[in-house]
Design a protein around this ligand. Structure first.
Ligand code: 3EB
Length: 336
């Protein structure tokens, strides 16, 4: 590959121009994620992976996120996952259908993703998303779906020590249907630094009360490649230490979440990683998840107050992984 050609993956999040139909993915896309009013398993459309998540009611605005490398990609299907890769970037997506227990299917899907990453040679995972319908519902064994998902994901990471560094920035959030949909972005030669937040206990050290095995993700990941870099901010909630701050108060949860992100990307928090700091105003491609639809307007207002006026946050009314968490926010800081 011509090295001058290596660029960070471009992406954008827009209102879906054509939510009801498949006009097809835009030219040069590595993958497309649709935040839609119904779900579909990930599939290849014209050779491009398309993930359709049930994240909106039919009257809500729908969004589309496009990941674009501009280079020709090869795509395929591997053990139920769809993927595309272009020599520098890999996007792969899977779906675990609804059932009473997601344990084996989650393990199998994560194992398959790790295998693909290894076999195709994209070991530098920098962003993962997990959309989980009925996320706080209990299965017949009395375990919440998210907690069972976390246990199974932790086992997949444990099963292969070389995947530990793949506990990168992630989102774990509710969806309105569709089982568990996940997608992963990885790079061949980029340098990934996984970042923790000094205001929060690392997710993989949460105590047992949040589930039999802790979640497996970093608070952010820094990807550096070809002289450019990006900070990917994980789904962030009103958690201080490991505890939910301001239960029952959505406005304070929203403000605390934004403060958590502000601190996460600050010079204070990033200096130990040898990285410069950023401001909340630098956050782009912001997604906001709100547990109660009646809080959508208030949360949108608070986010608009604090974020750059250039940012149009995509706001979704979906459940969140703990019964007392009311808001979760993620985004990207392009560092040039
Ligand atoms: C938290 O901080 C809130 O399980 O992949 C945020 C980001 C959350 C990722 C995941 C969960 C996940 O614990 C929830």
């Amino acid at each position: 590959m011509n090295h001058d050609d290596v660029r960070l993956l471009r992406s954008y999040l827009d209102p879906d121009p054509d939510p009801d139909d498949g006009a097809g993915p835009p030219e040069g896309a590595l993958g497309v994620v649709r935040y839609a009013a119904s779900s579909a398993p990930p599939m290849l459309e014209g050779g491009v992976p398309v993930v359709t998540l049930h994240m909106a009611e039919s009257t809500d605005e729908q969004f589309r996120e496009v990941w674009q490398s501009g280079r020709p990609a090869r795509s395929g299907v591997h053990r139920g996952l769809v993927f595309a890769h272009d020599g520098e970037y890999l996007l792969c997506a899977g779906n675990i259908p609804l059932s009473d227990s997601c344990r084996e299917a989650t393990r199998g899907a994560y194992d398959a993703a790790f295998e693909l990453i290894r076999d195709l040679g994209y070991p530098n995972v920098f962003r993962l998303w997990n959309f989980v319908s009925d996320i706080t519902a209990k299965n017949s064994a009395g375990l919440e779906v998210y907690q069972e998902f976390c246990a199974s994901r932790a086992e997949a990471y444990e099963a292969n020590p070389e995947t530990q560094h793949m506990m990168s920035a992630a989102t774990g959030i509710g969806a309105l249907g569709g089982g568990i949909s996940f997608h992963v972005l990885a790079s061949r030669s980029g340098r990934v630094t996984n970042i923790e937040n000094s205001r929060q206990v690392p997710s993989y050290r949460y105590p047992r009360r949040y589930g039999p095995k802790p979640p497996s993700f970093a608070r952010a990941s820094h990807l550096s490649l070809g002289g450019e870099s990006t900070v990917f901010v994980s789904g962030t909630a009103s958690i201080l230490g490991h505890e939910t701050a301001h239960p029952g108060d959505v406005e304070m949860q929203c403000r605390t979440t934004l403060e958590n992100i502000e601190h996460l990307i600050s010079a204070d928090n990033l200096a130990p990683y040898g990285l410069p700091g950023h401001r909340l105003h630098d956050l782009r491609q912001v997604k906001v998840y709100v547990k109660h639809r009646s809080d959508l307007d208030l949360v949108t207002k608070v986010c608009r107050e604090v974020l750059s006026p250039e940012v149009e946050p995509a706001v979704f009314g979906v459940d969140i992984c703990r019964s007392d968490l009311l808001v979760e926010i993620e985004g990207i800081v392009p560092c040039g």
